[in-house]
Design a protein around this ligand. Structure first.
Ligand code: NAD
Length: 368
């Protein structure tokens, strides 16, 4: 039984019993069990060099959906750990956003040399087809609509093909969801209907950070940003006139909102003590280094927008495309993040329970 999104281990070794010598396979199986899987399928094809894993977390709400990433993993264990962690997260994202899907993820272990890319992805398409519609595949890191087109020659359980009008980069849609959550928080916490003059400190000027800055700037927000990548940061300075700060100063900026858009586990005892913002809403996955920190923020009067709810813009889009909807329908559904998260802010205040706990509880109920 998983107690919380943030309690999930980053490493399956944590689930090894101290007095028993488990093999890596044992630990991974225990990790999968702990996360509440589901079925896990593997495919090895010598001819094309395909080594792939599909981890189907939950089918309660409908066929499981999630991207297929192709990454040069150092070991199979790393690939397995990644696919388990990500598939599980997809279930929670889908459930909290009321999508008619369970969560899943696929990884293709990138071969050192790809002899025939088309043959490789066709074989992956056959693998998806063998799963009989339990898993719907989509783009992720290392794949694009062009690969989805190849997969579509062998299966219909695929979305994000070029014909669907999908883009390889979901970041603008993710940023839209985060912006809507910020608007809802500003309304709830500060009683303001617009972001005009609201000060947002954004950690990370990468894909999502950039588009979020663009959205917020257009709405008149005042922005402070940091990034270890000076080129990415300078682009936001040039285009949106943002102020910048040092990496470790971002938490103590006297802003209304702190938007973590770089790394996971950035919300811990030290950073929360330092935070001046009364709202935390960003795209990063697993922002809380432990779920307790959601409660700590709640006690300190900091309104936290649950990450897995508000950063699901890309997944919502993929689900809409599979249902033959278009970008307009995706945008409508991503805009709904405002209402979903606002309800959670209200319930948190009414029941005096941290927002992350409420969101996780709702998702778990829907997955049961
Ligand atoms: P990205 O790699 O494009 O951007 C991350 C940025 O953070 C980079 O510019 C990097 O230099 C910067 N960074 C790294 N360490 C930093 C630090 N200590 N302080 C400040 N900046 C630092 O990634 P992204 O696609 O923009 O995603 C950002 C976060 O949102 C990630 O946690 C990702 O998992 C999550 N997320 C992204 C999407 C999406 O659509 N891209 C969807 C859901 C969740």
């Amino acid at each position: 039984m998983v107690d919380s999104m943030s309690d999930r281990p980053s490493n399956s070794k944590r689930y090894a019993h101290p007095h028993v010598r488990y093999t890596v396979a044992d630990s991974l199986m225990r990790y999968a069990e702990f996360l509440g899987y589901g079925d896990i399928h593997t495919k090895i094809d010598e001819k094309t060099g395909l080594k792939a894993i599909v981890a189907i977390h939950n089918l309660k709400r409908g066929p499981a959906i999630g991207g297929c990433r192709m990454v040069a993993y150092q070991t199979i264990d790393k690939a397995m750990e990644d696919v388990l962690r990500l598939g599980y997260m997809m279930s929670y994202k889908a459930a909290i956003n009321n999508l008619p899907h369970g969560g899943a993820k696929a990884v293709i272990i990138k071969p050192k040399v790809i002899k025939d890319r088309e043959a490789l992805f066709e074989k992956f398409g056959e693998f998806v087809q063998e799963l009989g519609g339990r898993y719907i595949t989509a783009v992720d890191s290392g794949t694009s609509p062009a690969e989805m087109d190849i997969i579509a020659r062998r299966t219909s359980f695929v979305t994000c093909t070029t014909a669907s009008g999908a883009d390889s980069d979901p970041s603008p849609l993710t940023a839209l969801g985060v912006r809507r959550a910020i608007e809802a928080a500003v309304k709830f916490k500060l009683g303001r209907d617009t972001l005009d003059g609201v000060h947002v400190a954004i950690q990370g000027a990468g894909h999502v950070g950039y588009y979020l800055a663009q959205e917020l700037h257009a709405l008149g927000a005042k922005l402070t940003m940091c990034d270890i990548n000076q080129i990415a940061l300078q682009r936001c300075v040039d285009e949106f006139g943002v102020k910048t700060c040092a990496i470790d100063e971002i938490y103590s900026i006297d802003a209304d909102v702190f938007a973590p858009c770089a790394l996971g586990a950035v919300l811990n005892m030290n950073t929360i003590k330092t935070l001046k913002a009364h709202i935390v809403a960003g795209s990063a996955n697993n922002q809380l280094s432990h779920s307790h920190y959601g409660s700590l923020m709640h006690e300190r009067g900091i309104l936290y927008a649950p990450d897995f709810l508000i950063n699901a813009g890309g997944l919502i889009h993929v689900a809409v495309l599979y249902g033959h909807g278009d970008i307009k329908k995706s945008l409508e559904q991503i805009n709904n993040i405002y209402d979903t998260v606002y309800d959670i802010y209200e319930r948190s205040s009414r029941e005096n329970v941290a927002t992350n706990q409420i969101a996780e509880m709702i998702a778990r109920e829907r997955l049961r």
